[in-house]
Design a protein around this ligand. Structure first.
Ligand SMILES: [Zn+2]
Length: 340
C-alpha cells in the first residue's frame, strides 16, 4: 500500500497534460487506414496548441512515447531495450508490430515524431515528459516491474537525445500501478498523473475496460452534465516520493454528431474551473494531440474558450498554469518550508 498526503497549494492551478503517442498508442486496437487522418492532422494540431499555450502562458506537459524520439528506423531499433514486456495478450505489445515501421519521419509520419518534439521544445515553458518508451501497460497480465524498469531506462535515454531530463510520467491508458512508483522515482521521475477520484475513472486492464459499456456511457454523458462530481482536487505525495497530480477531466474532442451540446460541454469545464479557482485547488485537463487531428479548427477554438476562462480566473483568483514538473518542484519547496 502506498501512503499519501494531500497538499494544499497556495494558489489555484490549471494543468494541461497531453498524451503524445501518434500510432504507438493505438496500434493494438485501431487500423491505420481508419485513423490516419487524425494522425496526420497532429502535425497541424500541435503547432496550433503550442501557439495558444504561448499566448495564454500555459506550461503544458507533453507526455511523449519514447519510440517517437528517433529520426529513423535504424536509430529506433538500436534503442530498443533488451528486456521487453511479455503481455498475455501479445498484441498489446508494440514490439510485436515493429515490421510496419517505415524508414523515417518523412516516409512514415505515424511512427516518428522528432520534428514535432523539436517544436514543443522551441516553445517557452513546455515540459517534455514521458508516456513510457513503448506505450507500456502497467496493469496488464504478463508484464513485470523489471520489464517496466527497462522501459523507463529506454525512455530516459530517448529524452537525453534532446538534452531533456524527464521529470513526469503519464501512464498509458491511465494504468497507474502503485507498485511501480518506486521504479519511477528510481528513474528520476517526480510526478505522475493520477486518476480522477471517482469509480468511473478508476483504471482497468484493457479486457475489463472493453466490457464496461455502462461505465463508458456514463463517462460520455459526464462531459455534458454533472454525473461524476469529483469536487476540489489537490496533488498528494506518496511514500515513493512521487507527486500524484490527479486528472480532472479528459477533454473530449469536438463531435459533429453532438455539436448541439457543445455549449454544455464548455459550461461543464468552465464551472469546474470556477470551483477549482474558488477553492484554491487544481484543475487538470488532458487529451491526446490526435484528438485534435480532425475538426482542428473547432477543437482549437474550444480550447481557446477554456483558456479565456483560465485567464479571467488568473486575474480574479491568481490561478497559475504550471507544468507537472513545476508543480512538483513548488510543492516540494513548500513542504520543505513548512517542515522548518
Ligand atoms: Zn496513450
Amino acid at each position: 500500500m502506498t501512503h499519501s498526503a494531500a497538499i494544499n497549494a497556495s494558489k489555484p492551478c490549471f494543468l494541461v497534460s497531453l498524451d503524445f503517442e501518434l500510432f504507438w498508442g493505438l496500434k493494438d486496437h485501431v487500423r491505420l487506414e481508419d485513423y490516419s487522418e487524425n494522425l496526420l492532422g497532429v502535425r497541424k494540431a500541435i503547432p496550433g496548441m503550442l501557439s495558444l499555450f504561448r499566448q495564454y502562458g500555459v506550461h503544458a506537459t507533453w507526455a511523449t512515447v519514447g519510440m517517437l524520439f528517433y529520426e529513423n528506423r535504424d536509430q529506433l531499433f538500436d534503442a530498443l531495450p533488451s528486456l521487453k514486456p511479455a503481455y498475455v495478450q501479445s498484441h498489446l505489445s508494440n514490439y510485436s508490430h515493429l515490421s510496419d515501421v517505415g524508414e523515417n519521419e518523412d516516409s512514415d509520419p505515424f511512427h516518428f515524431g522528432a520534428s514535432l518534439i523539436r517544436k514543443i521544445l522551441d516553445t517557452p515553458s513546455q515540459e517534455l515528459a514521458t508516456h513510457t518508451f513503448s506505450h507500456y501497460y502497467c496493469l496488464e497480465a504478463g508484464q513485470t516491474v523489471e520489464t517496466f524498469r527497462a522501459d523507463l531506462v529506454a525512455a530516459v535515454q530517448a529524452a537525453k537525445r534532446f538534452g531533456v531530463t524527464l521529470k513526469s510520467i503519464v501512464f498509458p491508458r491511465n494504468q497507474s500501478n502503485p507498485l511501480y512508483l518506486r521504479a519511477c522515482s528510481d528513474a528520476g521521475l517526480v510526478a505522475y498523473r493520477g486518476n480522477a477520484p471517482h469509480f468511473l475513472y478508476r483504471p482497468n486492464s484493457s479486457a475489463k475496460e472493453k466490457r464496461s459499456y455502462i461505465k463508458r456511457g456514463l463517462r460520455l454523458a459526464d462531459n455534458y452534465a454533472p454525473i461524476a462530481d469529483i469536487g476540489p482536487q489537490s496533488p498528494s505525495h506518496n511514500s515513493e516520493g512521487m507527486l500524484d497530480i490527479p486528472a480532472s477531466r479528459f477533454l473530449r474532442p469536438y463531435s459533429r454528431r453532438l455539436r448541439r451540446f457543445e455549449h454544455l460541454r464548455l459550461h461543464r469545464i468552465q464551472n469546474e474551473l470556477e470551483v477549482a479557482a474558488r477553492s484554491r485547488s487544481l484543475y487538470h485537463l488532458w487529451w491526446h494531440p490526435h484528438n485534435f487531428g480532425i475538426n482542428t479548427t473547432e477543437n482549437l477554438s474550444f480550447l481557446e474558450r477554456i483558456l479565456e476562462k483560465v485567464a479571467a480566473l488568473r486575474d480574479t483568483y491568481g490561478m497559475t498554469c504550471p507544468s507537472m514538473a513545476e508543480l512538483a518542484a513548488e510543492t516540494i519547496s513548500h513542504s520543505a518550508a513548512g517542515a522548518k
